[in-house]
Ligand binder design. Structure first.
Ligand code: CLF
Ligand code: SF4
Length: 297
């Protein structure tokens, strides 16, 4: 899969553990949980936990200031030399916390220029953020796109917060979808690599995601990551309470195969926490809590 990539793209993905399946055996990523707020509501979210756009609901991350986050990144980089990528993925939406997210990126691009910066977003605030993202030399942006149809969107997103107003139902979903698609186009125009995450929700968007995959590929997305809904009742999400189930492993694989065609599919995602540290599937976060980092200085 990597061999047919043009050089300038291969260079960007060859040591990113999410964008390259090969790389994930050798290179590690870390997340810093600097972004508490969110600007939309997803029916699969429980705000007490990390953003389910990328991560497993049901775990809570300790919130860091940008300064604390930078100290943590330096401490991890000194301990784990394979750590090539720093991602901001929550616990809310990184672009709904622009001061905190961009302060972290700015300090890191100055103080640790070898570390690749990565971000994951629901996309609502993406078009207004693209300029700033390209300033910080960010090559990797993930957008969670669960649908391109506002009627389906209304079943996933009860509201979005837009221009100081809460906009409910189909109208809110329509705005979110437009912003996501425009953001994707703007990133593609600038040559920033994009990964699309889609949460597979049986009976709601499962049949529709093949079309989503084609559309985002047409707009230049590099990689598509179909993730299973996690909706345990004890997580207290709307879907969990309503008895909505997640897909089983076979259903997930069937959909990933159906999307595959000539789209690159990510199949090694581990649905990381917003403060994960280490190789994918490994979590060394407990070695780098604030008290331990302070003791390292
Ligand atoms: Fe983190 Fe996400 Fe960047 Fe990777 S994770 S912000 S792209 S550096 Fe990776 Fe984790 Fe899956 Fe995300 S395995 S949940 S896809
Ligand atoms: Fe929750 Fe993330 Fe959705 Fe925001 S974008 S509501 S934090 S799952």
């Amino acid at each position: 899969q990597m061999n047919h990539l043009p050089d300038h793209i291969r260079e960007k993905v060859q040591n990113h553990p999410c964008y390259s399946e090969d790389a994930h055996h050798y290179f590690a990523r870390m997340h810093v949980a600097v972004a508490p707020a969110c600007n939309i509501q997803c029916h699969y979210c429980n705000r007490k936990y990390d953003c389910a756009n990328e991560s497993r609901p049901g775990v809570v991350s300790e919130l860091y200031t940008p300064e604390q986050a930078v100290r943590k990144v330096k401490a991890v980089a000194a301990t784990i030399p394979q750590m090539t990528v720093l991602g901001i993925a929550g616990p809310g939406d990184p672009l709904a916390n622009p001061e905190r997210t961009f302060a972290t990126f700015r300090m890191l691009s100055e103080q640790a220029p070898d570390i690749k910066l990565c971000v994951s977003t629901n996309g609502l605030a993406l078009p207004e953020s693209v300029e700033e993202l390209s300033k910080h030399n960010i090559d990797h942006v993930t957008i969670t796109i669960n649908t391109v149809d506002p009627d389906i969107g209304a079943e996933i997103y009860p509201w979005v917060f837009w221009k100081n107003q809460r906009i409910k139902g189909r109208a809110g979903a329509e705005i979110l979808i437009e912003q996501q698609q425009r953001g994707l186009e703007m990133l593609s125009e600038r040559g920033i690599l994009t990964k699309i995450n889609s949460v597979m929700i049986p009976g709601i968007n499962d049949k529709h995601l093949v079309e989503v995959s084609k559309i985002v590929k047409g707009k230049g997305a590099f990689l598509h990551n179909v993730m299973p809904l996690i909706a345990e009742a004890e997580h207290g999400t709307f879907y969990g309470v309503m008895g909505q189930r997640g897909p089983n492993a076979e259903e997930l694989q069937e959909l990933q195969d159906a999307c595959a065609g000539d789209m690159n599919m990510m199949r090694h995602c581990r649905q990381c926490r917003a403060d994960a540290v280490g190789l994918l599937g490994e979590d060394r976060g407990a070695e780098f809590t604030l008290d331990k980092i302070e003791a390292m200085d």
